[in-house]
Design a protein around this ligand. Structure first.
Ligand code: PPS
Length: 304
């Protein structure tokens, strides 16, 4: 997509601070909602690999790991394009002439690696029909919330988050783009043994990236030497990705993502929620969390 074009459209007020509109009860941008029939009928192919996450759960990190695996640890090949052009974000819709996720995906030769934040019930059915491999990454709710809050402050393509207090309530109520975190992580968890889904946790990736990358290698039926594995760990570390313009979203105009408000690669660690929640906010959040996740076998670590 042309950055000048994006800025032109932004000046015309065409898509910044977007309107929202629900799809089957899930909050989306109006642009996504209006295009929903086309998104729902997206044709997946058997050799597509899908990286699915709730927003801010470690999508970009996983995309970089997968790309490095697919390119045998050649970091220069992985710098061929921005993350969002290497791996189309299938539901992400921008006004023409900007390219939407569907346009990019449909134009991409196979095998494709795709990204989505859709809750499991909204995944286009062709992914199930074609039995595609899916990597799902989950991150604990409080760190997701913090990351999403700062992202919503710096990214003019998503709604303004309001105050911190307001945002906590919106997140708890699932009144944020892509809906409820609780339903998302649980919905995908319930499907993980019925389909080809590798369910990973951000906290585990942070604790032992090599161990988690080995899981991805096995899932993708790929083998690399120990030397290549070390290269993948290094080039997908937070510190290295933070300075990689093809992975850190800094090539977008600052009128769209303003990294001076909060960088996309912000902290990259579990437990940062402690620097944001007051004790009272944390207790209230935990109480509500226990109710929403009651009976679930899914557990998260909130620090490592
Ligand atoms: S998005 O916009 O939904 O695709 O965002 P997403 O990539 O899922 O999440 C962004 C958060 O992931 C952190 N990040 C990383 N953490 C650890 N290691 C690596 N390599 C890494 N790359 C990205 C990023 O910093 C965001 O988290 P916060 O907590 O805001 O720092």
């Amino acid at each position: 997509m042309s950055l000048e074009k994006m800025e032109d459209l932004q000046l015309e007020g065409k898509y910044l601070q977007p309107e929202t509109k629900e799809v089957n009860g899930i909050l989306m941008t109006k642009l996504i909602s209006d295009k929903w029939d086309q998104i729902w009928s997206f044709q997946a192919k058997p050799d597509d690999l899908l990286i699915a996450t709730y927003a801010k759960a470690g999508t970009t990190w996983t995309q970089e790991i997968v790309d490095m695996i697919q390119h045998d640890g050649d970091e220069l090949k992985c710098q061929r394009a921005n993350t969002y052009d290497r791996h189309p974000f299938i539901e992400w819709t921008l006004p023409p002439p900007l390219k939407s996720g569907l346009d990019l995906a449909n134009a991409m030769p196979s095998p494709r690696t795709l990204k989505t934040h859709l809750p499991v019930q909204l995944l286009p059915p062709s992914f199930w029909k074609e039995n595609c491999k899916i990597i799902y990454v989950a991150r604990n709710a409080k760190d997701c919330l913090v990351s999403y809050y700062h992202f919503s402050r710096m990214n003019k393509m998503v709604p303004d988050p309001g105050t911190w207090e307001e945002y906590i309530e919106a997140f708890k109520a699932g009144k944020v783009l892509w809906g409820s975190w609780y339903d998302h992580v649980q919905g995908w968890w319930d499907q993980k043994d019925k389909h080809r889904i590798l369910y990973l946790f951000y906290e585990d990736m942070k604790e032992d990236p090599k161990r988690e990358i080995r899981k991805i290698l096995k899932f993708l039926e790929k083998e690399v030497t120990e030397e290549v594995l070390d290269k993948i760990v290094y080039h997908t570390s937070f510190q290295v990705m933070k300075h990689n313009p093809m992975a850190n979203y800094t090539t977008l105009p600052s009128s769209i993502m303003d990294h001076s408000i909060s960088p996309f690669m912000r902290k990259g660690m579990p437990g940062d929620w402690k620097n944001h929640f007051t004790v009272a906010q944390s207790e209230a959040f935990d109480k509500d969390y226990r109710k929403k996740m009651a009976g679930s076998t899914l557990t998260f670590r909130t620090e490592v």
